[in-house]
Design a binder for this molecule. Structure first.
Ligand SMILES: Nc1ncnc2c1ncn2[C@@H]1O[C@H](COP(=O)(O)OP(=O)(O)OP(=O)(O)O)[C@@H](O)[C@H]1O
Ligand SMILES: Cc1ncsc1CCO
Ligand SMILES: [Mg+2]
Length: 266
């Protein structure tokens, strides 16, 4: 079961979420964390990694624009090592991981840092399921069977997988949540996925079962997206702002009333 009172806990605890961001969407990612009730901080300085992570409840590593630079790798490793030391969960957003150079980089990262959760679109998650999927840059292109791809990725990696798309699938390979709340405007808005990867961090409060926390974060994004889309039909620019308003105004009652989700093979 999902416990939506976690929203009240987030607002009460104001959890610090550290994000290694890409340079395209840091502002909306920071706002997403803030409006839901968390406290965002972005960093690029390895020397402060331990200090920041000691304050944080989760770490999100977004690889959107990081690939290649040795300084980035040093930073990612410093953050990941500190997260392991302080036992906080690490979320990976493997943007465009099917681009060969990025595939190698992610493999290197996974041997150096312990990752707990991977959030990506169908093409990105297919990489971890070891399925040959096409992708065009940051976007998924193929209609894959999301449920089986996500479960296979979870089994291959041993990590929690959040596969987003027309439906969202959250699984540890045994228990699977499928989320049906959605809107095309979320896909059109560049950075919805980046926002979600850091929102997941905000929902991963200490002591909360991780799979349920991840599923609730994805549901929250879907419900807020639908409510925003009703107010901004065919207006992607306005949608982006109203999405933040709806995340800010989200309540456990709204998640209960509007949330459409299934629990499969529990
Ligand atoms: N075809 C779709 N229809 C409805 N909602 C979608 C669709 N595709 C994605 N979404 C929603 O958009 C949000 C972001 O997921 P998406 O899979 O687009 O991430 P992404 O590709 O990493 O995005 P970005 O790179 O722009 O941050 C999720 O909440 C997801 O449910
Ligand atoms: C457009 C883009 N390019 C690298 S990261 C990013 C934002 C979506 O993740
Ligand atoms: Mg993405």
């Amino acid at each position: 079961m999902l416990d939506f009172t976690i929203l009240n806990d987030i607002r009460q605890q104001n959890p610090v979420v550290v994000t290694f961001a890409n340079f395209v969407t840091p502002q909306i990612v920071a706002n997403a964390i803030n409006v839901i009730g968390g406290s965002p901080i972005m960093t690029l300085e390895p020397a402060e990694a331990d200090d920041l992570i000691s304050l944080a409840t989760a770490l999100t590593l977004n690889l959107g624009t990081s690939q290649g630079a040795e300084s980035d790798f040093i930073e990612l490793k410093a953050l990941g090592t500190a997260a392991h030391k302080y036992k906080i969960p690490v979320i990976l957003d493997p943007v465009a991981v099917n681009v060969p150079f990025r595939s190698q980089y992610v493999k290197k990262l996974l041997t150096n840092i312990e990752i707990d959760i991977i959030r990506g679109n169908a093409s990105e998650i297919a990489f971890f399921a070891e399925i040959n999927a096409k992708s065009r840059g940051i976007d998924a292109v193929e209609e894959l069977d999301s449920v089986s791809v996500a479960i296979q990725a979870a089994k291959k990696t041993g990590k929690i997988i959040a596969l987003t798309g027309r439906i969202d699938v959250i699984t540890d390979g045994r228990t699977t949540y499928v989320i049906h709340n959605n809107t095309q405007l979320l896909a059109t808005n560049v950075g919805s996925g980046d926002m979600l990867s850091s929102l997941i961090g905000t929902f991963l409060l200490p002591g909360v079962p991780r799979l349920q926390a991840v599923a609730t974060a994805v549901l929250a994004m879907g419900v807020a997206g639908e409510l925003a889309a009703q107010k901004t039909p065919n207006q992607p620019g306005s949608f982006s702002n109203v999405l933040l308003d709806e995340l800010y105004q989200l309540t456990p009652t709204k998640l209960t009333e509007y949330g459409k989700w299934d629990l499969v093979n529990a």
